[in-house]
Design a protein around this ligand. Sequence first.
Ligand code: PEP
Length: 251
Amino acid sequence: MSGKKLVAGNWKMNGTGADLPEVEAIARAAAAHSSVESALCLPATLLDRAVRAAPGLAIGGQDVHGAPSGAHTGCISAAMLVDCGARLTLAGHSERREAQHESDADVRAKAEAAIAAGLVVIVCVGESASARDAGHAVATVTAQLDASLPRSDGAAGLLAVAYEPIWAIGTGKVPSVGDIGAMHAALRQRLVAAYGEAGETVRILYGGSVKPSNAVEIFAVAEVDGALVGGASLTAADFVPIIAAAVSGAG
Ligand code: PEP
């Protein structure tokens, strides 16, 4: 990896206008920790207001449709995200892969649509507990990555990958640092296979129960270029120490 670590929050289906002061507090802390890139992926209903309230902070969506427009009730296009000032989006979060049955091909189309609109896209991958227990974690996740990666020209420049074991999301469980390092090294190999030298520059984030108490240890792992944070991104009190931990591990 070259460049700054990226620490992105995912508020999921949480947050209303009453929570904008948290966004503002996170933005102030992010500005004070500028050796790290910080971002918040918010519910669509908050994007425009968050961009206005915290213009210095990168605000992103949590999903994007693969098509530019059309008969897709309830969905949001890349151009719509750009229109309300978003700079990034998630694609293929495991909660969407499971609940909305999103396939790797869907995720690739979403990532390509985001990149075509100039958005940074964080493509999420991760194994189930049963795949981990069966010893298939690396094979499962690398296959998922290969099939989900955007293939558009220059894709690597706007891409980040989040390794999020499904069994670690929202559970308080975290893989060993050895398992995180082994997975990130395998993902790096696949990124280089897909993009050549540019694959070295794609940031690989770890996600799954990152907290202030474990962030320093996780950021110290080789090839961990940042974090995707769910529950602990909802308040400045929890999220800011994670950003600060990435500063210590910056470079
Ligand atoms: C997530 O949903 O992307 C996530 C990592 O959640 P949590 O940090 O709450 O485990």
